[in-house]
Design a protein around this ligand. Structure first.
Ligand SMILES: [Zn+2]
Length: 249
């Protein structure tokens, strides 16, 4: 039986039977995979090691007729500390969900894994969770091959733009004249437009190395999350819990 070694992060764990778990991993070279982990619910056993969500490790697997099975894991890093803070953890869960949807394509899963690790690292360091998750959404769309058009007006091609709008119909920046025909476009202040350009141009850990005021971040994150929802044709609802909590308080 040939063993396969791959680095990956656990993005989902589901219990089955009394003792076993089914894991979803985003891996460096196998794309997003499901892995059956027998006896993983027995605390202290070798097979329970490395099977929790937010564990990054080197996994040794074998492939059976019904898919991958866990043999062992060397934990490289875990991000369990994010669970201590509800806001942080909710954004981490949102990031995992967006990554899971994007990683269906195994060709880009290694780039998604790297982006994911930098985002979780930034969250662990106490960076603004809304900034990290919205920058993640935008960069993820670029990695997936759907970067928004930001070099000039996506409709009339002009570079002479006084007020920048973001068009969901044209998937990018448009000028004030074209915005008159696109009532759904969102006006971006310079800070939000610069933030988007920064994220699209930055690489690796630098992607999250910027700051926005709360007001600018509110526009930036609204556009980034709506853009990924549109591209994935899906409503992401994890952050709604935070909005509801704010309304209660
Ligand atoms: Zn235009």
């Amino acid at each position: 039986m040939a063993l396969i070694k791959t680095k990956g992060i656990v993005i989902r764990e589901v219990s089955y039977n009394d003792t076993d778990k089914m894991l979803s991993l985003i891996t460096e070279d196998l794309g997003k995979i499901s892995v059956s982990a027998k006896n993983a619910k027995r605390n202290g056993t070798r097979s329970s090691y490395g099977t929790q969500v937010l564990t990054y490790g080197e996994y040794v697997l074998f492939k059976g007729s019904s898919g991958y099975h866990l043999n062992s894991c060397d934990v490289i890093m875990n991000y369990y500390n994010l669970a201590k803070d509800l806001v942080c953890f909710t954004h981490a869960a949102h990031i995992l969900e967006m990554a899971e949807d994007a990683a269906k394509d195994s060709e880009i899963s290694s780039r998604i894994l790297v982006l994911l690790l930098y985002a979780l690292q930034a969250l662990s360091k106490g960076r603004n969770p809304l900034l990290i998750s919205s920058a993640f959404a935008l960069k993820l769309m670029q990695i997936c091959g759907y970067p928004p058009h930001v070099s000039n007006c996506a409709v009339c091609d002009t570079y002479d733009i006084e007020s920048i709008y973001f068009s969901f119909k044209s998937c990018g920046f448009i000028c004030e004249n074209c915005a008159k025909q696109d009532t759904d476009a969102v006006m971006l202040d310079t800070g939000a437009a610069k933030g988007m350009l920064y994220v699209l141009c930055a690489e690796k850990g630098g992607i999250f190395n910027f700051e926005l005021s709360d007001k600018v971040l509110s526009v930036f994150s609204t556009v980034a999350f709506r853009y990924i929802s549109q591209q994935h044709d899906k409503s992401y609802r994890k952050l709604e819990i935070l909005k509801n909590l704010n309304n209660i308080n």
